[in-house]
Design a protein. Sequence first.
Length: 366
Amino acid sequence: MSCGDFILGGRIYGRDTAVWLVLAALLSAGSARGQDTPNAASLPSNQSTTQQASEPQQGGVIRGTVVDKTGTLLSGVRVRLAHEGQTTGPEVTSGEDGQFTFVNAAEGTFQLTFIAASYATQTYSGTLHTGEVLAVPQITLQLATEVTTVRVEENTVEIAQEQMKDQEKQRVLGVIPNFYVSYVPNAAPLNARQKYELAWKATVDPATFLVTGMIAGAQQATNAYKGYGQGAQGYAKRYGATYGDIIIGTFIGSAILPSIMKQDPRYFYKGTGSTKSRFWYAISNAVICKGDNGKWQVCYSSLLGSLAAGGISNAYYPESDRGVGLTFQNFGIGIAATAGVNLLQEFVLPKLTPHKPAKALDPSTP
């Protein structure tokens, strides 16, 4: 469990209720079609092609423009045409105006392959009819390094999803959800969608409802929050307030703010080193956390989330249990409580939590 998981004066502000229970279509453009057979005068003057303008047009014409991501026209791009069932075909080169043209192209399904130094190879598929002048959508080439970066990012998201599935199997004593602990030290960062997904699953888990009822029952028995009264109505108010704390604290401190501030809401189990080093690691995680960039930083998202949840709870707790002073008092107590829970996560709960991942997955692995 990371910073921000604590009970404040009987209120639960945080995302890990278990411990307390013991986010490319092809480029589109209009196509210009005509029934008139093109002649040589209609072709760009700089077009490199093997066909002669005087030859009769038996097929159709395919033409288009190649640019980079800034819209700059790209010349010298090799454009290869292949029809269905073929591996090779005619090839032309884009001119200074970035345009390319194939004349007398055979009808049917075809594929264009765009090849240029320093750019990622790109393809475009379409269908040409006899006598048709087909203008393909503008082709935008990306630098090869940019494509590699995108692929790495996509791979990281996939790894994070698999690791999150492992986390969702983690339950203390096989029952209580312990989703917000990563036993993979170099776990891939969660994206915003995954943070919300984890928060949702934690708050609607059956065990969450069960333990919420147990907490409300304990409060009823000790007459905590006297303003709620007793009986069924008093119990319902305590249950609703406790579950409200769980939802608000989890989503604000473990999804909304972590997504905005790009921080990881999980506690990263250390498990190695001396007992002393692990002790101070757990304690410090009450106020620090990993950023999505992998660097340690002040856990603003969880700390601010706890304050926000405490302030919102003033709307539904009895008047005697409200106020700015009480909110800040509970906030301080909560930091200490989080440190204690982190100690449990480091030294006790791993022994009681089955289905831990056997090894780490490296996000940089292709």
